[in-house]
Design a protein around this ligand. Structure first.
Ligand code: GLC
Length: 507
């Protein structure tokens, strides 16, 4: 250790001082250096450091300001979402529309009369699951579920379609054994959380993979057919695939089973998307003009025609360019769990390059894609965590920083997740106001069924999103209902209704 001493420096005094210090701390090697005009230089140095810090602070603020959206900007996002919704619904513009507004052939929400045992598959969220869902109607009304989670290795997600479906069928086979129901030939609902063009409840042509999937030979194909072929190839059991269901629709149905006012489904998880009950007469791609049908908006693709470019930052563009589906799902990439951590990481890399963070050193951890999973972002932003704990989380991720670094990282996470929640709220405001106008109402009371890891885990996302909907759609009273196990249960409910209708037709 070096200790600087200011003059005047009395020799005798100095000797005594050295001796005393050595006696007091015999294990330390302390050297005394004479400082020349120390206080003046020191003051200058302190000023210089303070100036550098203030300048850094200013630049950090300036960068993060790009993530702050004014009410006017959010109203503009809402307005543009509405324009894109109309384009997706109209026959003339549907082909070129980015927000596809896909008909689902689900024409009503559950009424409690659903009954029977069903299988459900849930593919496209954080986990792949197979479920057995027992639904009982009447006085004993209840839903009982058994499920098993299976991993889908990345090489299967991004291998061939045949490999993917063989793997899925293998998991179903394991589940049927596990439950002891291999011979039962139960009706099945397939929750497939990707954009599908449906011509009926049990046919869905995959438009394009989203999120982390990229299996070959599936786009443009009917996924129900791919599943049936997989089952045939295995020659081991039979299944009756009755419905293909988007996770938003499953979530809406599950919540509607508890609350009949629920006519919207929202997912904010790995990806983000919404569905709602639209007037059939407005869905020009579907024949008929009576009643309502649930539309899978596929709102993740909002902005793919450039209409959000004014608010996209260089970091959003970097995340998009590095992704598996560059140019696509631009709104989703500003909102959902699979991408928020990547936006954060890109900002942190930039701040490190500019010398604001981690002493300017870009570690291997910071170079690692997807390092900030939703659960870490949620932990970092938790108000209950002291700064020291944030530092520990970062250290666990391999990001060794000071407490000051932790403050900046938390600030970055906050800016990115707040914008995500507000953008999601702006989209939802467009949906509820459209439903209100569809029904010619001055005021609408409606419930949104919600699911997804980001929505469930993040400490602030839901609150900010709810507030944004309130601010941007003041004529609507929107209740958000958290869905329990939404997509699997919902697929079973839809399958139950379809089976009942089928039986009614046959008799
Ligand atoms: C992606 C999919 C969409 C799904 C959403 C949430 O946006 O394209 O179908 O609903 O993720 O899982």
């Amino acid at each position: 250790m070096n200790i600087f001493l200011p003059p005047p420096y009395n020799i005798l005094y100095a000797r005594r001082l050295h001796k005393t210090v050595r006696r007091l701390v015999p294990d330390s090697d302390v050297r005394f250096l004479l400082s020349e005009s120390g206080s003046g230089k020191g003051a200058a140095l302190v000023t210089a450091v303070a100036y550098r810090l203030a300048e850094q602070h200013r630049q950090i603020e300036e960068t993060l300001e790009e993530f702050q959206l004014s009410k006017e900007q959010l109203l503009e996002v809402k307005k543009r979402m509405r324009i894109e919704m109309e384009a997706g619904l109209r026959k003339k513009t549907h082909q070129s529309a980015k927000v596809k507004m896909l008909p689902t052939f689900v024409r009503s929400t559950p009424d409690g009369s659903e009954n029977g045992d069903f299988l459900a598959l849930d593919l496209g969220g954080t986990n792949f699951r197979v479920l057995l869902v027992k639904i009982r109607s009447g006085k004993r009304r209840m839903v009982e579920m058994h499920n098993k989670i299976y991993a889908i290795p990345v090489d299967v997600m991004q291998g061939t379609g045949e490999e993917l479906f063989d793997h899925i069928v293998h998991c179903i086979s394991d589940f049927l054994d596990y439950m002891g129901i291999k011979g039962a030939r139960l009706p099945m609902g397939f929750t497939f959380s990707f954009p599908c063009v449906q011509t009926s409840l049990d046919a869905g042509m995959l438009l394009t993979w989203t999120k982390g999937f990229k299996a070959t030979d599936c786009e443009g194909e009917d996924v129900v057919l791919l599943l049936r072929e997989g089952i045939k190839r295995r020659e081991e059991f039979e299944l009756d695939v009755v419905a293909v269901v988007n996770d938003t629709v499953g979530t809406m149905m599950t919540c509607a089973y508890e609350d009949p006012n629920c006519e919207i489904g929202l997912i904010v998880g790995t990806g983000s998307n919404a569905c709602y009950m639209e007037e059939t007469k407005n869905i020009e791609m579907v024949e008929g003009d009576k009643g309502r049908m649930c539309v899978n908006m596929e709102w993740g693709a909002f902005g793919d025609n450039g209409c959000l470019d004014e608010i996209r930052t260089v970091y959003d563009k970097a995340v998009d360019e590095l992704s598996l589906n560059s140019g696509k799902q631009r709104y989703e990439k500003m909102i959902s769990g699979m991408y928020l951590g990547e936006i954060v990481r890109n900002i942190l890399i930039d701040f490190t390059k500019r010398g604001f963070l981690f002493r300017g050193h870009i570690s291997e951890a910071l170079k690692t894609r997807s390092i900030f999973e939703t659960k870490f972002l949620s932990q970092i932003e938790s108000d209950r965590l002291a700064l020291l704990q944030v530092r520990v989380i970062l250290q666990q991720l391999g990001l060794d920083g000071t407490c000051d670094d932790s403050i900046i990282v938390k600030q970055v996470c906050g800016a990115v997740s707040k914008r995500a929640a507000q953008l999601c709220g702006a989209g939802m405001a467009a949906v509820v106001d459209k439903i209100r106008e569809n029904r010619g109402l001055d005021h609408l009371d409606i419930t949104v069924g919600v699911d997804g890891t980001l929505y469930k885990l993040h400490p602030h996302f839901s609150k900010i999103m709810h507030q944004t909907v309130k601010d941007l759609a003041p004529k609507c009273d929107v209740t958000f209902l958290l869905s329990e196990d939404g997509s699997g249960k919902g697929a079973a409910l839809i399958t139950a209704v379809a089976c009942r209708l089928r039986e009614a037709e046959q008799s």
